[in-house]
Design a protein around this ligand. Structure first.
Ligand code: 5GP
Length: 189
């Protein structure tokens, strides 16, 4: 998505050869017009898949997942991050390491909002090693819902998350693919 790549060039800050700060458009401030455009893009890519629910993780996945949900006319469910994982029989829970925070967090989705009747589009902001995505996908699978695909705003191709999911047969659609962050610059694939 060319407009997204342009914004990343203009507003992204390369922190290291592993990490790109996108606070100006994804992780702190939201660009509403761009976010709605990204939602339309995901909605178009998955328009033939009979999606009944969109699932994301709080917090940075929510705006773009919401935009896609508006376009597709389906509910959005966001996995919540919990401080403690008390056994909750009414929720699907998974423990995931956090790439940026260096800690583990527990994510949960209530059984009320996901079930075998669902065809789910999972949307998130960035994929690196894929730990967050794997946790959410496990929850979707445990609910009995069908995962129709994963839409991600930024795929860092030099980390293994997206390719591992594709190898597992999961359809992954990214709006911007970054092949490296070497020399303090963003290099798109
Ligand atoms: P993963 O679980 O795939 O290793 O990391 C995914 C999550 O970590 C994303 O949802 C995102 O919030 C955060 N993350 C991973 N890499 C980056 C990065 O380069 N920049 C930013 N801003 N967040 C990242």
């Amino acid at each position: 998505m060319e407009v997204l790549k342009q914004k990343i060039r203009e507003q992204g800050v390369v922190i290291s050869d592993q990490v790109l700060k996108l606070d100006a458009l994804l992780n702190h401030q939201i660009d509403p017009a761009l976010t709605m455009q990204m939602g339309r893009e995901f909605a178009a890519k998955f328009s033939e898949d009979g999606v009944t629910r969109i699932v994301t993780v709080e917090s940075s996945g929510i705006p773009v997942a919401f935009a896609a949900a508006v376009e597709m006319g389906v509910p959005l469910v966001f996995a919540r991050r919990k401080k403690t994982l008390l056994a909750d029989p009414d929720a699907y829970c998974e423990r995931v390491p956090s790439f940026t925070k260096g800690i583990v967090t527990d994510i949960m989705v209530s059984r009320e909002f996901l079930g075998p009747e669902d065809r789910v589009l999972f949307i998130d902001d960035i994929i690196a090693n894929g730990d967050a995505a794997k946790g959410v996908i496990k929850i979707i699978e445990r609910s009995g819902a069908e995962l129709v695909g994963f839409g991600v705003v930024v795929e860092k191709c030099f980390q293994s998350g997206a390719s591992t999911l594709r190898e597992q047969g999961i359809r992954v659609e990214s709006l911007a693919k970054i092949k490296s962050l070497s020399d303090g610059e963003v290099h798109f694939a």
